[in-house]
Design a protein around this ligand. Structure first.
Ligand SMILES: Nc1ncnc2c1ncn2[C@@H]1O[C@H](COP(=O)(O)OP(=O)(O)OP(=O)(O)O)[C@@H](O)[C@H]1O
Ligand code: SF4
Ligand SMILES: [Mg+2]
Length: 414
């Protein structure tokens, strides 16, 4: 078995890539194991190499300048390309002094049919990541844009960040649907909910009004809005929070999208309704073969719904893995802290005991050097406040950004 390593070099020149590749080989201390898949002159900014799994497993703590690393297993026919591939995404807020780095180099992939969880504390930049992918961060401000977005958002191979607004609007209307954090304010107060639900179809497909109405009633029924035909004519204030969330799901799936981005789809709801909405999302995902980016700080929701999980801290991905890796074998001290904060009733030791993460989430107005978690981390050493740790693969489906992986992996850690 081999794994494929993708990396982004700071420069696209062939020389920089060759240097990066040589550096990679040197670090792995096995130059013979790594061979470029393509002739070096043709390598794009993002280059791929296949390496033996053993080689990578032997070297867990790989430090390689500011290269961005991800890895995935390769089958005999090559790597399955993701539906959405976000590369080194940055969303910086303009300010008179220095840009405020809200999203600071996020790299994530979503494959077809996969549910990817994005988890992190409040203010970590999860929603801003979603809005950047969707291209709906308002470049407001007087004369100057409020947001500066950089990186790549490859959707079916197209870089969404480079598309004109008109094309982006079509993609948002038909291929990527968004369920926002607050259902009721997302709906227009003066327009019938049924009409709003059908608008997406109206705008992008040539279908007669009566057919759209039928489709809307059918979809409202599918998301279990009772008496859907009658309630087509109701306004947003005549619906509860849970119903509002269901309507947003109906609005999302009626477009028959490839990708659904659900931002805290259940956080405003009580536990019983939460469960119903999760079941509904799951059913819709199966039925319509959707891929999903599920944003939440609820680890229970993540565990139940996701195939793979990205942990975000202060605008960066600090750990990525499948559910098993994140919940049972987490390595980054922030992730481990998140896991320890889940109340468990299965062990005597942790019965009714909450172990939180010390300190406060960082304020993006006050930048932190090196690893942004260092002021709260019990493993921190001087290097942690000096340099940003790269995200490195420690297993085929597990990457971590930490200088002290050896210490955090140690069986003596507490
Ligand atoms: N339009 C904006 N103008 C100024 N600051 C903003 C704006 N939008 C977001 N921010 C700031 O960016 C940071 C990240 O916000 P974001 O909404 O992405 O966090 P989040 O991870 O989604 O948190 P939560 O879990 O609370 O939803 C926060 O500090 C927030 O105050
Ligand atoms: S890099 Fe250092 S400060 Fe950051 S999580 Fe690892 S040990 Fe802690
Ligand atoms: Mg949010």
């Amino acid at each position: 078995m081999s794994i494929r390593i993708l990396f982004q070099a700071p420069s696209s020149s062939p020389e920089a890539l060759v240097r990066a590749f040589m550096e990679l080989s040197r670090i792995l201390r096995n130059p013979d194991a790594a061979e470029p898949n393509e002739p070096v002159e043709r390598l794009p900014t993002r280059a791929a190499f296949s390496l033996s799994l053993k080689t990578v497993a032997r070297r867990r703590n790989i430090r390689c300048g500011d290269l961005v690393w991800t890895s995935e297993s390769v089958n005999g026919e090559g790597v399955m390309s993701p539906l959405l591939s976000v590369r080194n995404l940055k969303a910086h807020l303009h300010s008179e002094e220095a840009p405020i780095k809200i999203v600071d180099g996020v790299t994530l992939d979503i494959k077809k049919g996969e549910t990817v969880g994005l988890v992190g504390e409040t203010g970590a930049g999860k929603t801003v990541t979603a809005l950047s992918i969707l291209g709906i961060l308002q470049p407001l401000g007087q004369g100057k844009p409020l947001w500066n977005i950089d990186g790549e958002v490859l959707f079916e191979g197209k870089d969404l960040l480079k598309l004109p607004e008109e094309e982006m609007r079509k993609i948002r209307g038909t291929q990527i649907a968004f369920i926002s954090q607050n259902p009721i304010p997302s709906l227009h107060p003066m327009d019938m909910v049924g009409h709003q639900t059908g608008e997406a179809v109206e705008e992008h497909k040539e279908i007669e009004e009566s057919a759209i109405r039928k489709l809307v009633v059918e979809h409202l029924g599918k998301v279990e809005i009772r008496d859907a035909k009658k309630r087509y004519h109701h306004f947003r204030d005549q619906f509860s929070g849970g119903e509002g969330q269901r309507i947003l799901i109906a609005m999302a799936v009626i477009r028959n999208p490839l990708l659904m981005i659900a931002d805290e789809p259940t956080s405003a709801l009580d536990v019983t309704v939460q469960r119903q909405i999760l079941q509904l999302l799951k059913a819709m995902k199966e039925r319509f073969k959707l891929s999903m980016l599920l944003i939440t700080h609820d680890l229970g929701v993540i565990a139940e719904m996701s195939d793979s999980v990205y942990v975000m801290y202060a605008g960066k991905i600090v750990e990525h893995g499948d559910v098993q890796a994140i919940f049972n074998d987490s390595v980054h001290p922030f992730t481990t802290g998140l896991m320890a904060a889940i109340p468990r009733i299965d062990t005597r030791k942790s019965l009714f005991r909450f172990e939180g993460i010390p300190g406060e989430p960082p304020n993006p107005m006050h930048p932190i050097s090196g690893c942004k978690f260092h002021p709260r981390c019990k493993y921190a050493v001087p290097l942690c406040s000096e340099e940003v740790p790269p995200l490195v693969a420690i297993a085929p489906k597990h990457s971590v950004s930490c200088w002290r992986i050896d210490a955090t992996l140690s069986p003596e850690r507490n």
